[in-house]
Design a protein around this ligand. Structure first.
Ligand code: PMP
Length: 457
């Protein structure tokens, strides 16, 4: 360990990285990589000693912020007491965490633990299919999701994903996945009432279920707010409406809370902005504030009953993940949730979200800013060529805005789908401990970066 960032010359680290590390979702580069070396609060520091406000919480995941000593201690203590045992048996941190998650969910759930968001969704799809098979409807295997959504990198979760740029080189993916359009309030038909629009989008789901044959449809999966596709906030009634459609046709409702969960939108989980109780909830990232990997698939307790039949020797869920529900991860998650409760980070995210929305309002002075969407501490700034056509701004100027932010010490994200031409949303998801002056800095820096790149257009 002493070598890391210590005795090794910086150039040595750059060279080793450039020779051997395959970077995630990034083109090849001969440039020195950007090496993040330390982090504290809402700031990260690179190997050159430059400090940045991380307005993306890593990958939308360090919800409680960096540098909490007590999370490190929880990991250390659990490692010393019992570093590993699989969940085919049981261990205390998993039992305590499952119970705590039900409190956060506000319902009675059975929790299956995994390692990543992708795996949590894979588990959800398998459980949905097995549930139907064990309740007399083995023909229900199809999973419906939405274009623009991201649900993970593995072949099933990627099949559910609705962004072609991530998929087309890896096909064929898992069969049995269908997509419907996601609501896009910003581009809804002119003058249409948002609630009527929400209803009409839910009717699209209903039509697809009817045309496919409800007896073939296992589940519908959605994020309450599409995050990686560009922070697309749906009409307020949309989730209630699609939940009603699912119920009407016996289709399980899977809510992907991988990003939206754990306070990001100002509620414990984003589905709690509506009056729905999902059949399955998948979660990851903020569950441990990303200090260690962990994910979970929460299934309504009455659905679990289908997995209890003592007369069926194969009626249990036949999946094990070696590291799923790792005791160290569960211990850290418990401490993370305790910390979030003590600091009241969830209601704080709702309050600070209002502050962020107020700060970001100034961006509308730029003609290329088409739409600013904020829900809690989750925000998207959609850049367009002009406001009348709403045509997305090209990827290059969007990238330059992001680089201009970085040059000023601010990390923001960029999301969408290049194949469909929608890679034009700058995303924000700062740690929930962010302070008001830091939110002002985010807005001011974005304002300056937009001025620098697009000012003369
Ligand atoms: N679902 C959503 C909504 C996500 O944003 C992500 C990852 N960003 C995933 C699933 C997959 O999670 P992971 O990268 O941990 O596999």
């Amino acid at each position: 360990m002493a070598e890391v960032g210590g005795r090794l010359a910086k150039q040595d680290i750059y060279e080793r990285d450039k020779r051997h590390v395959w970077h995630a979702f990034a083109p090849h580069s001969e440039q020195n990589p950007w090496v993040v070396d330390a982090a504290d609060g809402v700031y990260v520091t690179d190997l050159e000693g430059r400090r940045y406000l991380d307005a993306m919480s890593g990958l939308w995941c360090v919800n409680a912020g960096y540098g909490h000593e007590r999370l490190a201690r929880a990991a250390y203590e659990q490692m010393r007491r019992m570093p590993y045992y699989p969940l085919s048996a049981a261990h205390t941190p998993a039992a305590l965490l499952a119970d705590r998650l039900c409190q956060w969910l506000g319902g009675d759930y059975r929790i299956f633990f995994n390692n990543s968001g992708s795996e949590a969704n894979e588990t959800a799809f398998k459980l949905a299919r097995q549930y139907h098979a064990q309740t007399g409807q083995p023909g229900r295997y199809k999973v419906i999701s939405r274009y623009r959504a991201y649900h993970g990198s593995t072949l099933g979760a990627l099949a559910a994903t609705g962004q072609q740029q991530r998929k087309y080189l890896y096909e064929p993916l898992a069969p049995g996945f269908l997509h419907i359009p996601a609501p896009d309030l910003y581009r809804r038909p002119d003058g249409m009432d948002p609630l009527a629009y929400g209803r009409s989008c839910a009717e699209q789901l209903e039509q697809v279920i009817v045309w496919e044959g409800p007896e073939t449809v296992a589940a519908f999966i959605l994020e309450p707010i599409i995050t990686g596709g560009g922070v697309i906030v749906p009409p307020p009634n949309y989730l209630d409406e699609v939940a009603a459609v699912c119920r009407r046709y016996g289709v399980l409702l899977i809510v992907d809370e991988v990003i939206c969960g754990f306070g990001r939108t100002g509620k414990n989980f984003a589905f709690q902005h509506n009056a729905v109780q999902p059949d399955i909830v998948t979660m990851a990232k903020g569950i441990t504030s990303a200090y260690v990997p962990l994910s979970a698939t929460a299934v309504r307790q009455d659905l679990y009953d289908a997995f209890k039949d003592p007369a069926d020797p194969y009626g249990y869920f036949r999946q094990v993940n070696t590291f799923g529900g790792h005791p160290v991860s569960c211990a850290v998650a418990l401490e993370n949730l305790a910390l979030m409760e003590e600091l009241e980070l969830v209601p704080r995210a709702a309050r600070m979200g209002d502050v962020l929305a107020g700060e970001l309002d100034r961006l509308y002075r730029h003609p290329n800013v088409g739409d600013v969407r904020v829900r809690g501490l989750l925000a998207g700034v959609e850049l367009v060529q002009d406001r009348d056509t709403k045509a997305p701004l090209a990827a290059d100027p969007v990238k330059r805005v992001i680089a201009a932010c970085k040059a000023r010490g601010l990390i923001v994200g960029r999301n969408g789908d290049t194949v469909a031409g929608f890679n034009n949303v700058i995303t924000l998801a700062p740690p929930l401990i962010v302070q008001e002056p830091e939110l002002a800095f985010i807005a001011q820096t974005l304002d300056e970066a937009l001025e620098e790149v697009l000012g003369g257009r």
